[in-house]
Design a protein around this ligand. Structure first.
Ligand code: 8DG
Ligand code: MN
Ligand code: MN
Length: 373
């Protein structure tokens, strides 16, 4: 009888890849605050503190109820002195004064605004801030600011790109890309990855993996796909990164966050009528247009690397970070988007499906819907 009045005890792993994290977040009040803290540290290049708050947020996302006190009963991993202090403030006052101070901070506000432009990272934003720029118009009008083509596209489509992409819009784009890919090769494989594969209803972009069983043809396929989109008149911007992947160069060297596969970062034009159920424009955005711009990423690995790339691009970023850390620290293995290297056996471990990779790591398989760490 006593047990029924208490929440069950969950012991959470300090690795996100050993926690089940759905899209349902019961602790948004804390995780939103932690995200502001993390971002602020990121702007100041304090990587350690940034990561500490991202890890803490990730742990709280996996607790299936709202945390109401920080007692010994809730033995949550990855919570340090600072993260606990912010939580205590929120528990006691309903808000964190430290977070509110950051939100009012000029520098934070400007860096946040500048980095909302596609192609503008924290470094450029910091430079503009130090140069005294305050608004996006300042950046456009300042003769000392030279925008690259990605940033120009970012400014041109800033309103659209800042607006979340819905699942219906993501599926509509999937259909368009799939038809275009099949028009090039009947064997083309296109899968939705990123946040939408994890079951999210909204995203900042749409991520796809493109491949073909025809060996060595995946990069040509991607280039032809982009070309087909251009001919359809829906390609608003393309930043293509050619493949630098070479299986012979792999052992020991290139286990890293970014991968070497061919990929394109795109901005595409999506017509309202192509979206199932129609499109609801937010207040004040009835500018007479019947289309919007959407950010789309496409990565094209060779088919035999499919499982590793799919796992890597499905995310979340925190989930990926912990998968790699778990492999390194607990299994003496190196994991990235290209493969899995066993340092003990000195060999690559093969995988056709994501399940094979979890099995090599001795991890229980987690569906994409449970990787929202
Ligand atoms: P969102 O778009 O809904 O906001 O979230 P998301 O889908 O989880 O984030 P994302 O920024 O689109 O990234 C999706 C995954 O792609 C993420 O786990 C990191 C992974 N990724 C790589 N390599 C690269 C790369 O070179 N560029 C980008 N943009 N993402 C990459 O593994
Ligand atoms: Mn995404
Ligand atoms: Mn992306």
């Amino acid at each position: 009888p006593e047990a029924s009045t208490h929440l069950p005890v969950v012991v959470l792993s300090r690795y996100a890849c050993q926690r089940r994290t759905s899209t349902e977040n019961h602790n948004e009040i804390f995780t939103d605050a932690f995200e502001v803290m993390a971002e602020s540290y990121e702007f100041s290049q304090c990587d350690g503190q940034c990561l500490a708050f991202r890890r803490a947020a990730s742990v709280l996302k996996s607790v299936p109820w709202p945390v109401e006190r920080l007692g010994a009963a809730t033995r949550l991993p990855c919570l340090g002195e600072h993260t606990r202090a912010v939580m205590e403030e929120i528990l006691q006052c309903g808000r964190s004064f430290e977070v509110e101070k950051i939100l009012c901070n000029d520098r934070y506000q400007r860096l946040k605004l500048f980095t909302s432009v596609f192609g503008v990272g924290p470094k450029t934003a910091e430079k503009w801030h130090r140069g005294g720029l305050r608004t996006l118009n300042d950046a456009l009008e300042d003769p000392g600011v030279e925008l690259n083509s990605m940033q120009k596209a970012g400014f041109r489509h800033h309103g659209d790109i800042s607006r979340a992409v819905s699942r219906a819009e993501a599926l509509a784009l999937g259909e368009i890309l799939h038809q275009a890919a099949l028009g090039i090769s009947a064997h083309a494989v296109l899968v939705l990855t990123g946040g939408f594969r994890r079951g999210k209803e909204f995203g900042h972009d749409v991520d796809f993996l493109l491949s073909t069983p025809e060996q060595g043809k995946e990069e040509t396929l991607l280039l032809s796909l982009v070309d087909s989109l251009r001919r359809q008149g829906i390609l608003l911007y393309c930043d293509h990164h050619p493949s630098t992947f070479d299986i012979n160069n792999l052992p020991g060297v290139s286990f890293e966050a970014m991968d070497h596969f061919a990929k394109s970062f795109l901005i595409l034009r999506l017509e309202d009528r192509q979206v199932e159920g129609g499109v609801q424009r937010p207040e004040g955005q009835h500018d007479g247009r019947s289309w919007r711009a959407v950010r789309v990423d496409v990565v094209a690995p060779p088919m035999e690397r499919y499982a590793f790339t799919l796992l890597g691009w499905t995310g979340s970023r925190q989930f990926e970070r912990d998968l790699r850390r778990f492999a390194r620290k607990e299994k003496r293995m190196l994991l990235d988007n290209h493969g899995l290297w066993d340092k003990t056996k000195k060999e690559f471990l093969p995988a056709e499906r994501e399940e094979d990779i979890f099995a090599h790591l001795g991890l229980e398989y987690l569906e994409p819907q449970l990787r929202n760490a």
